[in-house]
Write a new protein. Structure first.
Length: 412
């Protein structure tokens, strides 16, 4: 990390543990976007932290970026998810071939902290992804976009959105992919405001609908599908620091799990130290000596298990972050390590969430205590695209010498 990065991390930590945590309950209950949190992060340059200094960003290290995400998540998981999805999209843009619109959007993100959202999932309530996505058709000097997709995290606070889809040139034509970055205020774009998840309620991960949205060809990138696939496949075989750094966005998700787990653990410790007895009134008449829950062996066992998973998860995550700075011996070795890290952090989230509930019990899982929200946010992380059993199968295949791929929120 550079010398200035610890100061940024400390500033984010102070915001998250004081202001973000205090606001989180309200945003969770209302399902409202934490705009105040984002504004305070913008003042620190956080939305553009991963972008190069030449683009107006902070040029933060991988470790600095992951630590920032962990600190934000400790205070409010929804703010962290919305921020990390913005970072994922802006990172992806920085890897695309330069074109005028892309350059202008990245500069706005880096210099002004503008946010971008990327709808890329099945719309809320839908089951068939064949009905989802965006399609482009030519109309003179313009492209016209139609379609719908979901999980546009941060859409209530975003200035831009990311559209990608096939270009309809008629039967027999070579398939092409178009990428556009319109303002959300562009006529024909509608944010549906329909996000209603069990956890992460403040992420504003709404569906976005495009109805005859006009995009000048000069502001889009159109590339043959075969060429794009060839470029991506070629890049996947390259093992160097630059390609490994592309895991930063995924590791940011792991950091969110870690920050939430630390918040759950800290709550558990404070709660069991104060929780006394069981039934109402004196319990000595039933032959049970009153005492604090922290004195009970079963609670200590549970906390010990949580402590193990939390610390081992932290060690593994930051070891992986630092290993990004040195090329792995092969693409498969790199992939196996990313899968291993993801599996361990996922298991950590499951164990800490379950442990907090078991140790604290029903009286802690009420609306006026933060564990109820933190637990739901942790479970919300568990239902993301990575599946624990699939990750375990992939590790087994890798150990057997079979070729493996890492399947994440954006595909393979």
């Amino acid at each position: 990390m550079e010398q200035w990065e610890p100061d940024l991390i400390a500033a984010v930590r102070d915001l998250a543990r004081e202001k973000f945590a205090a606001r989180a309950t309200v945003h969770d209950r209302e399902g409202s976007f934490p705009g105040e949190n984002i504004s305070e992060l913008k003042a620190l340059g956080v939305p553009g932290m991963a972008l190069a200094k030449s683009l107006g960003g902070l040029g933060i290290s991988a470790e600095g970026q992951v630590r920032v995400m962990e600190e934000v998540a400790y205070g409010d998981g929804s703010t962290a998810v919305a921020l990390n999805m913005h970072v994922l999209v802006s990172d992806f843009l920085s890897f695309l071939p330069p074109f005028p619109r892309r350059n202008a959007v990245l500069e706005d993100i880096g210099k002004n902290g503008a946010l971008i959202c990327g709808p890329g999932s099945i719309p809320t309530g839908e089951l068939d992804n064949r009905k989802a996505g965006f399609r482009f058709r030519e109309d003179g000097d313009n492209l016209v976009v139609n379609g719908q997709a979901g999980f546009a995290s941060g859409s209530d606070g975003a200035k831009y959105t990311f559209f990608a889809g096939s270009v309809d040139r008629g039967e027999g034509a070579e398939p092409e992919i178009a990428i556009a970055l319109p303002d959300l205020s562009t006529p024909g774009i509608k944010v549906m405001h329909n996000w209603d998840a069990m956890g992460m309620r403040g992420t504003a991960s709404h569906d976005i609908v495009a109805t005859d949205v006009v995009i000048p060809k000069s502001e889009a990138l159109v590339i043959p599908q075969a060429m794009l696939r060839m470029v991506l496949e070629a890049q996947a075989q390259v093992v160097n620091v630059a390609t490994q750094q592309r895991a930063r966005g995924a590791l940011g998700i792991h950091a969110i799990w870690l920050g939430l787990a630390q918040a759950a653990f800290d709550f558990t410790l404070n709660y069991v130290r104060e929780r006394h007895g069981y039934l109402a009134g004196p319990s000595t008449t039933l032959g049970v000596a009153p005492g604090f829950r922290s004195e009970q062996a079963w609670a200590q066992f549970g906390i010990g298990n949580m402590a193990h998973w939390l610390e081992s998860g932290r060690v593994m995550l930051y070891d992986t972050v630092r290993r990004l700075e040195t090329p792995f011996e092969s693409q498969q070795a790199y992939t196996r390590h990313v899968v291993l890290t993801t599996y361990h952090l996922r298991r950590m989230g499951e164990e800490v969430a379950q442990g907090a509930m078991k140790v604290c019990g029903a009286h802690a899982y009420v609306r006026n205590r933060p564990l109820e929200r933190i637990f739901r946010d942790m479970v919300g992380g568990n239902v993301m695209a990575w599946k624990t059993d699939e990750l375990l199968q992939t590790l087994g295949q890798g150990a057997l010498g079979m070729p493996i791929t890492f399947v994440g929120p954006a595909g393979t």
